[in-house]
Each structure stands twice: as structure tokens, then as C-alpha cells.
Ligand binder design. Structure first.
Ligand code: AMP
Ligand code: MG
Length: 317
């Protein structure tokens, strides 16, 4: 699988119905021409993703997105002015231009404006949106650098547009804008605090659901390493030799000298989010590690999004 920064090549592959992994500020996406049904079908088959899990359409800006949506509420303009390009996906009523396969037959579409400069340049070169879920096998850990993609795919992807390490490291926050009040369908890289400061209230959160097609990334087991990941209390933990710790800050220091990754120097949820998936990839690939322990993150800023990923990736003790 070739990788590089050749935008003309990436654009030509997309125009030809091929798959290109793209860098975003959240995680890497697996992109295809969002108007080409065969190309979009290729995303599902490469990921082994069930057809009931809809894809997000990525655009350069709001003007490019307008033909693909309708009846957009005023709040969309306010939110995009504040947060886009950036880690937010807006679920809006869709127009006929969006293929059914992209939305899994829903009458809404997820719309996002990614911030990574390479992907923005690619979007500017194309006259179609990019349909893209995260560039991982369905249910497995999301990729935050090209190596993570190379470890999961062989020749299913035609090119990796190499944009280095993703800035934020956790997926976009998904907002349902189809009713009067903004609803959060998936917690993500935009904190609820930042969102609330703009909309003026604390939004309702969609319930975690197992297989509802309209529930974004809300499938019980998701974002998961192949080794068991347990969410535990480090205070009461007895550590087997083959276990590794995924520590938030210095909360596991009393358990030295276990194999560990500390996600943040200063116990900052944003820093922990950036490192979270990469740490899971590292521990999953470590032959000396058979199981992984992690503690719940604090309930502020990106802590809730990380806890959401832990709930889905983790198992009951
Ligand atoms: P991924 O990019 O892999 O995180 O996947 C995109 C997520 O967005 C999926 O889990 C979808 O369920 C969700 N999504 C995409 N379109 C819609 C939509 N129209 N309504 C609700 N959720 C959506
Ligand atoms: Mg995903």
C-alpha cells in the first residue's frame, strides 16, 4: 500500500472510484467519492462494515455542502461559523444527491468539514464530497497515524495521504440538528462544555444503543483492541504479570513497575485523547501484554468522550 503527500494522485484515484486514506484532525478516514455508489460500496467491503452503519460526507465548506442537505436550521450556520472546519459532524435532512448507501437508507446525512490542511486541499481539488468512516476494520481501534492503517489493511486501500499524526486523536462529536434542540449522538473531540457555551444549554445525549442504524458509532463493541481491555479501579487492582496499564496521569504510579503507558503528563483530558488510540495500538501489538487495564477518565472536557470509547472497547471485569 503506497503512502505519500501526492494530492494530484489522491484526487485522480478518488475520481477513478478508488479508496484513499485521508488525514483529519480527529482520526484517519477511508475515503471515496461520496456520489459514486460502487466506490462507496468499496469502503464497506474494505472495512467489513455492515451496511446499516452510515458514512459521513466530508466537504470543503458550507457552500459545497448545501446541495446535499435541505431544511437546514439557523443553528447550523452559527455552529459551523464557530466550530468548522473542525471535529463536529452535523446530522441534517439529506437531498436526493446523497446515495442511499451513504446514509444506510436514512433520510438524514452526516456532514463534516475536516480541518487537516492536506485533506482540505484535496477537497478543494474535487467537485464531489468524500464519504469516509474511520480507516480501520469495523469494530477495531481507530487509526491516528499511517502505520495504524498499514497494520490493518493490505491492498484494499489504493493510497494513504500521509498527514502525519492526527492532532486530536478521538472522532468527531456528532450532533443531530433535525429537531428543535441540538442532540449529541456521539461524544467526541468537541467538548460538551464548548458546545453548550454556543448553544446556551446542555444538550441531550443519545442513549447508548446496540445496533440502531441511526446511532452513530454507538454499537456496543467498537473501537476495541483484540486483547481484553478492562476498566478497573487502580486502587484495588492486583496486577498479573502479563497485564499492561493505560494510565490517565499519575493515577497508577503506586502500581510501578508494571508495563504502562501514561496518556497525559499533566492529567489533561485533551492530551490523553490525542494519545488514547495510539496507546491501544501499541499495547495490542506488544507480545508481552495479554490484557490491558484502564481507569475511568474524569467527567469533564474530553473525559466523557474517552469514557464512551472505553465503555465500548472494554469488557466487564
Ligand atoms: P466513523 O467515521 O467510522 O466514526 O463512522 C461515522 C459514524 O457516523 C457512524 O458510526 C455513523 O453511525 C454516524 N452517522 C453517519 N451518518 C449518520 C446519520 N445520518 N445519522 C446518524 N448517524 C450517522
Ligand atoms: Mg469508526
Amino acid at each position: 500500500m503506497e503512502r505519500g503527500k501526492d494530492l494530484a494522485k489522491a484526487a485522480n484515484l478518488i475520481r477513478g472510484g478508488k479508496l484513499v486514506a485521508i488525514p483529519t484532525e480527529t482520526v484517519y478516514g477511508l475515503a471515496a467519492d461520496g456520489t459514486n455508489v460502487d466506490a462507496v460500496a468499496g469502503i464497506f467491503s474494505a472495512k467489513k462494515r455492515p451496511f446499516f452503519d452510515p458514512l459521513i460526507l466530508h466537504f470543503y465548506d458550507i457552500n459545497d455542502a448545501l446541495p446535499y442537505v435541505h431544511s437546514v436550521p439557523d443553528i447550523w450556520y452559527l455552529l459551523t461559523k464557530t466550530f468548522s472546519p473542525g471535529p463536529v459532524t452535523y446530522v441534517l435532512p439529506r437531498s436526493d444527491k446523497v446515495p442511499d448507501l451513504v446514509t444506510s437508507g436514512l433520510d438524514t446525512v452526516g456532514v463534516r468539514f475536516p480541518r487537516h490542511p492536506l485533506t482540505r486541499e484535496l477537497l478543494a481539488m474535487l467537485d464531489v464530497p468524500l464519504a469516509a468512516p474511520s480507516a480501520n476494520r469495523f469494530g477495531y481501534i481507530s487509526p491516528t497515524k499511517p502505520e495504524h492503517i498499514e497494520g490493518q489493511f493490505t491492498n484494499e486501500i489504493d493510497y494513504i495521504l500521509d498527514g502525519g499524526v492526527c492532532d486530536l486523536g478521538v472522532e468527531s462529536t456528532i450532533l443531530d440538528l433535525t429537531t428543535d434542540r441540538v442532540k449529541v449522538l456521539r461524544k467526541g473531540s468537541l467538548s460538551i462544555e464548548s458546545l453548550s457555551s454556543i448553544i446556551g444549554y446542555i444538550p441531550e445525549m443519545a442513549a447508548v444503543s446496540s445496533s440502531r442504524p441511526s446511532a452513530p458509532g454507538n454499537i456496543d463493541v467498537h473501537y476495541a483492541p483484540s486483547k481484553p481491555l478492562y476498566v478497573v479501579d487502580f486502587q484495588t487492582l492486583e496486577l498479573p504479570e502479563n497485564a499492561a496499564l493505560l494510565a490517565f496521569g499519575n493515577n497508577a504510579d503506586h502500581l510501578l513497575p508494571a508495563k504502562r503507558i501514561q496518556l497525559s503528563e499533566k492529567a489533561c483530558t485533551k492530551e490523553a485523547a490525542t494519545n488514547f488510540f495510539a496507546a491501544l495500538h501499541t499495547l495490542d501489538a506488544d507480545d508481552n501484554v495479554d490484557l490491558i487495564y484502564c481507569e475511568t477518565f474524569p467527567d469533564l472536557e474530553l473525559g466523557p468522550a474517552l469514557n464512551d470509547r472505553l465503555t465500548r472497547a472494554g469488557r466487564e471485569v
